[in-house]
Design a protein around this ligand. Structure first.
Ligand code: 13P
Length: 255
């Protein structure tokens, strides 16, 4: 059985004081909920603080992106080793905000994915269509192209390594990110099933094990219905991950 996973993506929010308050509330609130996995992906400057607070708790932490190179003259970039050095076990890749606002491509997502698994970071690869693509009936075409761009670059050894690290896919329809519009549980299920089938073309066993989380206006009020769908294995949560009560309620729905 797949364990549900809830990932909070803080995006560019927080400061030392508010992080301390939020993380302390999460530690207390989730302490007794051991049947799902929880992760917070915080801004890089706060990874050290996060590690100090979350070490020896049931909440893991990760980065929101990573560079594909190990080191060098890449001003502003952060390497996979820098994340693992700070205790990160997860990293979000290919988020729609990175694709749209920072012009990252499928190719760069593939390179970052490869670098992440080589550094023992579990990648959370985001895929999802824009509203125009959704309305044009292109959801599966877009999701398939985003997945294939990464999967095609993985050798069998890399694929095995990614499975060993429990790689995660996140379906985040761009029209649902930060808009308050959530995909219906049925819409999410349909795409999650498609994603799982696509992985099965490469490896059926892996497809059964891989976790596919949903992102896009997940809240305490809709989490349980989404997570009840057979191919929805939890959530990638933006805005609601900044509110301790909301995030804890979402995590409990996954538990
Ligand atoms: P919201 O939950 O704010 O819609 O953001 C979703 C998201 O982008 C998570 O990565």
């Amino acid at each position: 059985m797949r364990r549900n996973l809830v990932v909070g993506n803080w995006k560019m929010h927080g400061d030392i004081h508010s992080n301390q308050v939020l993380l302390s509330a999460l530690i207390n609130g989730l302490n007794n909920y051991q049947n799902a996995d929880y992760v917070v992906c915080v801004p890089n400057p706060y990874l050290h603080q996060t590690r100090t607070l979350l070490e020896n708790t049931n909440i893991a932490w990760g980065g929101q992106n990573v560079n594909q190179f190990e080191e060098g003259a890449f001003t502003g970039a952060v390497s996979p080793h820098m994340l693992t050095d700070l205790g990160c076990t997860f990293v979000i890749l290919g988020h729609s905000e990175r694709r749209v606002l920072f012009h990252e491509t499928n190719l760069s997502a593939a390179a970052r994915f490869d670098a992440s698994i080589k550094a023992n970071l579990t990648p959370i690869l985001c895929v999802g269509e824009t509203l125009a693509e959704h309305d044009a009936g292109l959801t599966e075409v877009i999701v398939a192209s985003q997945m294939d761009a990464v999967m095609a670059t993985l050798s069998d050894d890399d694929f095995a390594r990614a499975m060993h690290l429990n790689m995660v896919f996140a379906y985040e329809p761009v029209w649902a990110v930060g808009t308050g519009k959530t995909a219906t549980p049925e819409q999410a299920q349909e795409v999650h099933h498609f994603i799982r089938q696509r992985i099965a073309r490469r490896n059926a066993e892996a497809a059964a094990l891989v976790r596919i989380v949903y992102g896009g206006s997940v809240k305490a009020s809709n989490a349980a219905q989404l997570f009840n769908m057979p191919d929805v294995d939890g959530g990638l949560v933006g805005g609601a991950s900044l509110d301790a009560d909301e995030f804890i309620a979402i995590c409990k729905a996954a538990n």
